[in-house]
Design a protein around this ligand. Structure first.
Ligand code: 13P
Length: 246
């Protein structure tokens, strides 16, 4: 069984001091969980200097073009130059607050492949959609648009299922609910000719609920927001995720 992938999404939080603490807390945990820290872009160069083998770093977004007059933006190529291995794209906060469409997200995922980094594509439904029992339809449609854009034969695409109602609310999806959606996403991708090796769950994941999630056969890792902002807590979370899979 492969080690679970634990991705920290710091969002617009954290500091150099926190990065130093997290780096220290994760030393020696190599092999337990595969860990990626999506820190604010300003901290990527410190991440590169501090993080040890087994812990990688990522951006939280990229622009879809390689360069140009786009003040304030960073291209996937720039992120790759910082030694980042992954980038989150299409987080629901960006979709909602920065009006990113499925098509924009697809272009960003494509840009990651162009630059040689792995996109972590976020999909997820609102509470209204879940209550209307349209979750699978909505998340599969979000992913479908991305699959249609990325080059054929692209390997390593990661999808993060993050129900919007579970983000930052303390109301996580049950492992069974997440498992059901992960299976639907994997089946849909397979029909499009893409094997999804890793589908992560995100939304109120904490040290004490990660084990239950990781017991599900199609939850291959987690995307963690708030609980990744404590060095000790996040390090425990990584250990608990791996222990559940052993
Ligand atoms: P929380 O873990 O704070 O709910 O955030 C989840 C998330 O949005 C990760 O990308």
């Amino acid at each position: 069984m492969t080690a679970p992938l634990v991705v920290a999404n710091w969002k617009m939080n954290g500091s150099e001091a926190l990065l130093r603490d997290v780096a220290k807390a994760l030393v020696g945990r190599r092999g337990e969980s595969d860990v990626v820290l999506a820190v604010p872009a300003i901290h990527l160069s410190l991440a590169r200097a501090l993080l040890q083998e087994g812990v990688r770093w990522a951006s939280q977004d990229v622009h879809w073009l390689e360069s140009g007059a786009y003040t304030g933006e960073l291209s996937a190529e720039m992120i790759a130059q910082m030694g980042a291995s992954h980038s989150i794209v299409g987080h629901s906060e960006r979709r909602a607050q920065f009006a990113e469409s499925d098509e924009t997200v697809a272009k960003k995922a494509n840009a990651c492949f162009r630059a040689g980094i792995i996109p972590i594509v976020c999909v997820g439904e609102s509470l209204e959609v879940r209550q209307a029992q349209q979750t699978e339809e909505v998340v599969c449609r979000q992913l479908e648009v991305v699959l249609a854009e990325i080059p054929t034969g692209s390997e390593g695409l990661i999808v993060a299922y993050e129900p919007i109602w579970a983000i930052g609310t303390g109301k996580e999806a049950t492992p069974e609910m997440a498992q059901e959606v992960h299976v639907a996403l994997k089946e849909m991708a397979l029909k499009a000719g893409i094997h999804l090796d890793k589908v992560l769950y995100g939304g109120s994941v904490k040290e004490d609920n990660v084990a239950g999630l990781m017991l599900m056969p199609d939850i291959d890792g987690v995307l963690v927001g708030g609980a990744s902002l404590s060095a000790q807590g996040f390090s425990e979370l990584c250990t608990n995720a791996a222990a559940a899979q052993n």
